[in-house]
Design a protein around this ligand. Structure first.
Ligand code: SAM
Length: 468
């Protein structure tokens, strides 16, 4: 295709749709132009910043005619900060678009796709944020879209109020000392929605903790008795805020380093969902929208029949959340995760909740599945909840060798989800239902649950024999 435009050109576009990315889509003579921070039906003036073989990218210069679906973003930095992408789109339209993106991703299969379950809270829902610090330019905030440029923020409208309370105090302190804590790279703040406690991690370039000492003292004084708005003081006498330092001297995109030092508090956060207590430490994964997580876990449970004689696998189990939530449905559940702290938290969580039929294994799902197949294990149900990049292909190919009948695939990325579901269909599974849940309002991200059953194949027995 001949590219009808060049870098540096200014063009007028009508936005036709939203992509599965922060971008909207417009066209010039059928040539696609991706532009972030626009709304379907906007007429916009755009500066072309990149031209590839089949598409171009542009930057919004001005709005010629705004779409009826535009709303005023509540964040003054919207459009500059990369933290959220859809704050300027009416929430109903956001949901419609998420439904459409799912429909497009699964256009090749016949499946019951249910409308997305909306979120009750579209702001102040995230229980975790990682704020980069730019000491040179004296800023703390979030990165601009696809960049390491720090956008200075007063607060973030997506995170819990308690996180903002601490964030504002940290920012105030850094401004007072003129950003002189030169080894401070990131501030990670996590909050418990159901319990109200907080965990702050100062990510440092080196182990020189003295530099951050007075900031820690300041935050400890302000928050140890629960002065943040939506926090309760923990009556058990445990500290309500935990403060940790993490050392990361590597020059990569990974925020947390390998060494974490507890400075104050127990370093643990707790959430309680339907009476089950989940404790997790600073490095362990926990879903970022606690309120919607309860809906997600209840949905997963509703997809499971009582299978008291059978075994289930919770693959990519984090701190054991799903396994413990559905434990009463099975004889045994085996959870697997490659993060050591998550497995240690999962084992503690089983003890705390007095759940005896869950076992948690540390390691890569890829490796542990092979061991289970060698042990001739037969598994009735598998829950898959991989990170954004989806499952390794071998994991998908090995599932049928365990005689799996029911599969529940939870994903936060529809592109890798669709890729993996097509492989699973080839492997003899069939899609029964697709249910998206809005865990990430005001962003393009979609959480989706796919329920699958099996449809027999002789291929599996042959493959299994080959592995022995
Ligand atoms: C999206 S989280 C899911 C956690 C859990 N299901 C929950 O709801 O809290 C993905 C988890 O997969 C783990 N993980 C990523 N790659 C892995 C792999 N190859 N093998 C085992 N665990 C992995 C991460 O440590 C993380 O805890």
């Amino acid at each position: 295709m001949n590219q009808p435009i060049r870098v540096g050109e200014k063009v007028v576009l009508k936005i036709e749709a939203l992509a599965n990315s922060p971008d909207g889509i417009g066209k010039i003579n059928n040539f696609v132009v991706f532009v972030p921070y626009v709304v379907p039906e906007d007429e916009v003036k755009v500066l072309i910043t990149e031209v590839r073989k089949n598409f171009a990218r542009g930057k919004l210069l001005s709005l010629i005619k705004p779409s009826n679906y535009r709303v005023k973003p509540i964040c003054a930095s919207f459009g500059e900060c990369g933290g959220c992408h859809w704050q300027h789109i009416d929430y109903k339209k956001q949901l419609e678009y998420k439904d459409l993106l799912i429909k497009n991703a699964f256009s090749k299969i016949e499946a019951k796709i249910k409308p997305i379950i909306p979120a009750k809270k579209i702001f102040y829902y995230r229980n975790k944020s990682q704020f980069p610090v730019d000491n040179f330019n004296k800023k703390i905030g979030l990165y601009a879209l696809k960049s390491h440029y720090v956008v200075d923020l007063k607060e973030c409208n997506l995170v819990l109020n308690s996180i903002n309370d601490v964030y504002r105090e940290i920012k105030k302190y850094l401004e007072k000392v003129n950003y002189n804590i030169l080894n401070l790279r990131h501030v990670v703040i996590r909050g418990s929605e159901t319990q109200g406690s907080l965990l702050v991690v100062f990510v440092l370039k080196d182990e020189n903790l003295e530099k951050v000492e007075s900031l820690i003292k300041y935050i400890k004084q302000k928050f140890s008795f629960g002065s943040a708005k939506d926090c309760r003081y923990n009556e058990n006498g445990n500290s309500f805020i935990s403060i940790l330092c993490n050392i990361n001297d590597k020059d990569t995109n990974v925020i947390l380093g390998d060494k974490t030092i507890k400075i104050y508090g127990d370093g643990i956060l707790k959430e309680v969902l339907d009476g089950i207590e989940y404790n997790f430490s600073s490095l362990s994964f926990f879903q970022t929208n606690t309120e919607q997580t309860l809906i997600l876990y209840r949905l997963i449970k509703s997809y499971i029949n009582d299978n008291k004689d059978s075994i289930a696998l919770d693959l990519y189990c984090g701190v054991g959340t799903v396994a413990l939530f559905i434990a009463d449905k099975f004889k045994e559940i085996i959870g697997v995760d490659e993060e050591r702290s998550a497995i240690s938290d999962a084992r503690d969580n089983a003890k705390i909740n007095n759940i005896k039929n869950c076992k948690f294994l540390y390691g890569k799902v890829e490796d542990i599945l092979v061991k289970l197949i060698r042990d001739n294990m037969s598994v009735d149900t598998v829950i898959l909840d991989p990170p954004r990049k989806g499952c390794n292909k071998d994991v998908l190919l090995n599932l049928r060798k365990l005689n799996v009948s029911n599969l529940i695939y939870v994903s936060c990325d529809i592109a890798t989800l669709a890729r993996d579901i097509y492989i699973l269909i080839e492997e003899g599974f069939r899609v029964e239902e697709i249910q998206p849940i809005d865990m990430f309002p005001n962003t393009y991200h979609i959480e989706t649950v796919v329920k699958m059953g099996k449809q027999g194949s002789k291929k599996i027995e042959k493959e299994k024999a080959k592995m022995k």
